[in-house]
Design a protein around this ligand. Sequence first.
Ligand code: PMP
Length: 398
Amino acid sequence: MAIATSLWRRARAVIPGGVNSPVRAWGTVGAGEPFFVRRGEGAYLEDTDGKRYVDWVQSWGPLIFGHSDPEVVEAVQEAAADGTTFGAPTEREVELAEEICAAVPSVEKVRLVSSGTEAAMSAVRLARGFTGRGWILKFAGCYHGHADTLLTDTDAVVCQFNDADAVSAAVERQGEELAGIIVEPVAGNMGVVPPAPGFLEALRDLCDASGALLVFDEVITGFRVARGGAQERYGIRPDLTVLGKIAGGGLPLAAFGGRGEVMDELAPEGPVYQAGTLSGNPLATAAALAVLRRLRDPDIYRQLEETGAALEAGLRHEDVTAQRVGSMLTVFFRSAPVRNVEDARASDLDRYGAFFRHLLAHGVYVAPSQFEALFVSTAHGPSEVERTVEATQEFLAG
Ligand code: PMP
């Protein structure tokens, strides 16, 4: 415990400003002790005291069909009966790779790993190996897991999200040394902040001009804002894409992929080493296939959009700004729009904390931090929206 605490202090000292860890997030709202979850079903969580909550966190995004989806549970049970890990290829691993390549427009080849952190770290390593350059450009408030360059400012230039002029100036300064630009194409880790018109296009153009690779971290947006992620929704092709959360169907699986010639630099074909004992894990690939194959149905995205829109409409109030892209949404406690993390920080964080506590007391669980998103699943319907809107309007009126 003492070691854990001191490591946490050190880590806190170098986090550029995000409030990305769920553990820290509980601290930001002063919620006291987190409840302990006993089970989840569809849109609901049940705690160890038997209290039920409408769950808009959904494990921070992976559960597009809600908790304990029967098809996922069955697929995992069946797979487990045949063995939990082999460290050797399975057919399902290949089928999943094909499913991802078919869905995500820029991904020609893909590598499976076990967490979003590992996928983002490996994509950056690959960008450095492919370009032979060291510097990375990233955005304040975007989160890409806890690897050094991505969490600290080591060998990284940091710009404000949606500030294409600042990126242009940084690329001019650092262009020859820049291996890549990494971005959440729709930011989710400063709360939901959509890209301003032209911002993602500008990043693409600046990468093309400088020879740096454009890396979209679609750990949240992949299979969520569209089947093909933000790159499908906004029509921009990155060189590399980082996936996690929904891509793993609720089990520990993530992936990174992109242009064939870049991916060919990876070991064993190429010199950029990457490997993982549990990569392509048979339980995780079974869960992922059970989810991703169903996401071929466009009606699912229409339903998510509808539920998201109904929730957004119900949460509107002059004191807050609800920002939504598809099925990810944040209610910012400020009346002006949020374009970057500085704007998000200017929200009334204490009031958000009170909002979180009010909702929790009324059986609605939202992210315990202003700098996170609500995630809509297909298990959420009109009654969950109504209950959430009622509790919110009661809070805002009080
Ligand atoms: N990238 C993004 C955009 C994320 O939101 C997260 C986690 N919230 C990560 C990377 C890291 O993923 P993981 O927690 O699976 O390591």
